[in-house]
Structures are given as C-alpha cells and as structure tokens.
Write a protein that binds this ligand. Structure first.
Ligand SMILES: Nc1ncnc2c1ncn2[C@@H]1O[C@H](COP(=O)(O)OP(=O)(O)O)[C@@H](O)[C@H]1O
Ligand SMILES: [Mg+2]
Length: 283
C-alpha cells in the first residue's frame, strides 16, 4: 500500500517538540481524551488516526491552547531549546511559539483572493500594527514588500501561483486545502498540525496533498503532525502512527506495524457504518 518510501527519522528524533503526559479532557460526562501520553519528535512526520469521535481534534485543540485539559501536562520545546507549558496559554500565543494549524473544516476569508488569504498568515507574524500600516511608515512599506515576496514564495511552494488573484471561495476544494496550508506556513512555524487536510478532496488531489505534506517536512524542515481519515494517504506519508480510540492511545508504530495490529483492526471493524469507507478494508 505504501506508495513512497518515507524518509528516515532524523538523528535527534528523541528531541520532542511536544511532550504530552497523562492528558485527560472532559466535557460534562464525555471524556474526549483519557490519560493520553505521546511525544511529537522534532523533524518527524507523525500521523494520528482513529475513528470519528476518537479525540483527534480534541488533542489538536489541547496542543494549540483552544481547550484546557483537566489533567496532565503539555510541554512545547522550541528549536532553541526553550520549553514552555501550553496549558492555559491562548491560541495566538501558542501560534507565536511556532505552532501553526489547519482546521478540519475549511476556514478562510472567502471574499478575499488566494494571495490576500496567504498574506494574512504572513503578516500575523510581523510587528507593525494597524496604526503603522495607516501611517505608511517606511518600516511598514518595507515589511509590506517583504510580505508580498513571502506570500508569492508560499503560493509557489504549494502550487497556487496561477490562482493568486482568484477569489478563494471559487477555488476547487483541493486548492482551498493547499491555501490553508500556505496560510499556516506564513506564520513560519516550527511545527504544523494538519486536521484532515484531505477531507472533501478527490483521489488526484489527495495524492498531490500527500506530496505537499512531505515537502513541508523535507524542504522546510517543519515538523508535521497529521490527522487524516484517508488511510492510503496516511500510510504513504507517515513515518510513525499513533492510533486513538475512545480518547485513548491504543497503538503506536510504523505504518506497516499499524496495518497488521489486531487491536487497530478491531477498532476499525467496530466503527459504525458511516465510517466503513475508511474501515479495516483499507488499513
Ligand atoms: N467542545 C466540545 N463540547 C463537547 N464535547 C466535545 C467538544 N469537543 C469535542 N467533544 C467530544 O469529544 C469527543 C471527541 O471528539 P473529537 O476530538 O472531535 O474527535 P475526532 O476528531 O477524533 O473525530 C466526541 O465525543 C466529541 O463529541
Ligand atoms: Mg476531528
């Protein structure tokens, strides 16, 4: 099933970008994460899979400051070695640490062009505020030029140069997902969290997204954490896979190990009918 040989994990693979220990997240009577411990190693391409409702998006929300778990610790360590707790930190502050994400459902400014959407990501990293922009201070003009160049570079990287001036809501679905990745990369992250980036795309677009995800890691050196429903895509890009089920980590291993893990197969076989398209037959 694997249609590309994943690159070997870098030598400093034991150096963790995120270290999650004993995290439990509850909503009233629902426990969406139960005593979850895992590490995202610097430079790796890790995928998190699991049936619907397993807690994958909840985990992303904990990593990015959207949700505050009731128990456990989450530590982010930057390339410079600076370690901070993410818990209780606001999402925009987590982003400033070097953590960018995309969302399960497409989020963009649909009335703006592709270029403008990506530029928003690039400019969120800059220092000049709205007043500087209005006064057109020299530094602002310089930054504007820099952010235009950076935006064009990112559009080229994700293959959307030809769509730069199109209104984003008119883009084909696969291109919208690439746009979201470009915008997230605009914040110059050390780690990129992708929540079902291939949702809603066709098979050809899925292959292209897989190539883009690999490129993010190999050419930009960005650590990637991928939640994805499409097993073919996961198996072709992930170096390591962690499986969640009912809020718990039930398996961890290489794509080959996960595909033959009886616990994982049982979890997918136990999935309701609505998910049979991603069930055991594709594992
Ligand atoms: N904001 C919330 N309020 C209440 N329940 C939530 C909330 N977010 C997630 N959950 C619950 O947590 C569980 C895991 O959901 P989620 O993390 O979205 O799963 P996945 O992304 O794996 O499909 C589900 O039972 C879901 O209903
Ligand atoms: Mg989800």
């Amino acid at each position: 099933m694997t249609d590309a040989t994943p690159e070997p994990a870098p030598q400093n693979a034991t150096d963790s970008v995120f270290s999650v220990k004993n995290v439990t997240l509850r909503f009233g009577g629902v426990t969406s994460l139960s005593d979850v411990s895992l590490d995202l190693h610097r430079g790796e391409l890790l995928s998190i899979i699991g049936p619907n409702g397993a807690g994958k998006t909840s985990l992303f929300n904990c990593l990015t400051g959207v949700y505050t778990p009731q128990e456990g610790t989450i530590v982010f360590t930057s390339e410079s070695g600076h370690a901070v707790s993410v818990i209780g930190r606001k999402p925009y502050k987590v982003n400033r640490l070097g953590v960018a994400r995309t969302f399960q459902t497409s989020r963009m400014f649909s009335a703006l062009t592709t270029f403008e959407n990506v530029k928003i990501g690039v400019e969120s990293k800059q220092h000049t505020g709205a007043i500087g922009a209005m006064l057109r201070l020299p530094r602002t003009r310089r930054e504007e030029h820099e952010s235009d160049l950076k935006t064009l570079e990112l559009l080229k990287f994700v293959g959307l140069t030809h769509r730069a001036n199109e209104i984003s809501s008119s883009l084909p679905y696969g291109d919208r997902r690439r746009l979201e990745i470009a915008r997230a990369l605009g914040t110059r992250p050390e780690v990129l969290l992708l929540d079902e980036p291939a949702a809603g795309t066709n098979p050809a677009e899925k292959v292209e997204l897989g190539e883009l995800i690999r490129k993010v890691r190999s050419q930009l050196g960005v650590t990637v954490l991928l939640i994805e429903h499409d097993m073919k895509l996961v198996m072709s890009v992930a170096e390591r896979i962690i499986v969640l089920n009912f809020g718990q980590v039930i398996a961890e291993g290489s794509p080959a190990e996960i595909q033959r893990d009886p616990v994982v197969i049982a979890a997918y076989l136990g999935t309701p009918d609505s998910e049979t398209d991603t069930g055991a037959e594709v594992l």
